[in-house]
Design a protein around this ligand. Sequence first.
Ligand code: CP3
Length: 333
Amino acid sequence: MTPIKECLINKSTKINPIWLMRQAGRYLPEFREIRKSNPDFIKLCLNHTLAQEITLQPIKRFGFDAAIIFSDILMIPYGIGQNVEFKKNLGPTLGNIELKKLFNVSKNEFTENLSPIYKLLTNLKNCKEIENRDLIGFVGAPWTLLVYMINKISPKNGLQEDFFKDEILINEVLNLLDKFIKIHIENQINAGATIIQIFDSWAGLIQNDFDRFLYYPTLSLVNHVKKLGVPVICFPRGISDYSKFTKIVKPSMINIDYNVDPQKLIKSLDIPIQGGLDPKILLSNKENLKKQIKKYLEIFRDHPYVFNLGHGILPETEIDMVYELVEIVRNYK
Ligand code: CP3
């Protein structure tokens, strides 16, 4: 059994399981090298040979306990026919929504559009590097995908003023997302994903209607994954009440962000926990890194815990600090 699966069924693990969000990405020189000659990010995600190489890069270097496929949450809007582009220094930019067109996309067409992702999983499943490791497939949560689809650019400076203006559009897009996210989950599991993680990176922007935007849409996906017999990890970044979320949504494991006080949280949660460490700590120094890592490992000493970060690893992270992090986590007893 893999270390993460042991953790999920509440067994004590021989080693402290570890993987990092965005481990297959820009902090790796070998990724940047591939990226240089592949300026179209979507095309790169759909190149299963290169995507496989990128997925395995962090495994070969650091021996993490899980490989997360090199892909993107925005492959779903792409798969249903919304234009998605990644412009340098601007982040993702999405095209206008033509609801009629999106509603006409069939399950087969969507699956065909994203078929290299499923091929990637099928091929990875048979790689020797994946032996005794989990293969994580993922999706964006409905809210975060809704945000990108309607806002059309990253909401890091807030949502567009008229974001909530068109109620009908919002409801239609949420329905569409529930359908296609489930298809994408099912296809990834059929192709070999052993765990699904749901990224709700912008959950912290929700101010009202938590049932409509956060709890019920996520619960619907979590139930779907569980029905397919695979564990599901939720990452509702930035919400104020992880305990309430966990009670309603009941994921197999919850990934916490770096604003969560782990000491407080542990008292109110009885499911396995993942993550927490602020990725900025990796930009400081080794002494501080050790201190901060130990804080998490000590608090979670008697709780099923997978070491990870409280958000994706930053592109400016030095490789040396990642080696150090892995060593500290692996040697901690
Ligand atoms: O975790 C992994 O290593 C697997 C691959 C992965 C990527 N994106 C690759 C990627 C995963 C799991 C994601 C998820 C994702 N994508 C999220 C949720 C997690 C989070 O970080 O909050 C979100 C919000 C996105 C949308 C997205 N894709 C953004 C905001 C960006 C950054 C754009 C920018 O220019 O800063 C991306 C691009 C992206 N996705 C890169 C990678 C490696 C960088 C591409 C590059 O410019 O080289």
